[in-house]
Design a protein around this ligand. Sequence first.
Ligand code: PDD
Length: 278
Amino acid sequence: RIVYLNGEFVSENAAHLSVFDRGFLFGDGIYEVTAVLEGKLIDSALHMARLERSAREIDVPLPVSVAEIVEIERRLVRDNNLTEGVVYLQLTRGAEDRNFLFSGDIKPTLLLFTQVKTLEHVAAVDKGVSVKSVADQRWARRDIKSVCLLPQVMAKRIAKAEGCDEAWMIEDGFVTEGASSTAYIVTDDGRIVTRGNSNATLPGCTRLAALELAREQGLTVEERPFSLEEALSAREACLTSASNFVVPVTRIDGKPVGDGKPGPMVKRLRELYLENAR
Ligand code: PDD
């Protein structure tokens, strides 16, 4: 693979980072994951807007413009012949001798690489995925797409150990979001429920695009927290993320959601999302 690191396109084996990079030493950085379908970046503008916001919130300047980043992503997709998968972008504060405080002239590290991944024709669409509820043990600024992902790594390990595909994180009895996805339920009267954006969750780009499409189609969207209890008796459930688009959730903590099969509302939402994406 060709990767991009600080202004250069190089083979992954030739890309070298300082051992003093603050992303590595302090988790002092942010990231983005953008889907690629048929060689095209999906929801690119939304991911770039969130990148700019995360960078501003932690006060790391973007070393190149957003327009240039999109060009870098397109070139990586082309040079790596990526038709389906993701582009990963990481921006850290940079490398300097270890010190919590950093100097004024530190230069950010910008890394991008591609990953091959099947996104469209996945078994989860017909089978659904299973989720496991775990305590949300993250910090209070989950709206920033920080590379400090230890709580999510641990949550996913617990979910995997129980044979589940994703963790749904719980705070005060309410589902905040998935370890790497946005969480939704569908009520008996067909309303799509997902938490509103706040510091408690990451504002999902797939969420933003999917909810807009749902509303355009006259579907009812309710942005509010839902409890684990409500999820356990929901008619349908799903998750969204750049690496899944819209995928039905058919089991929560081992119990079937509705009849345990993917439902019509989630199916429709996925179709709407994919039609619009391409
Ligand atoms: N994760 N919530 C969390 C905690 C996430 O990490 C993600 C994305 C989402 C969904 O956001 P979006 O629709 O913009 O992808 C919600 C990416 C895919 C990851 O960490 O790999």
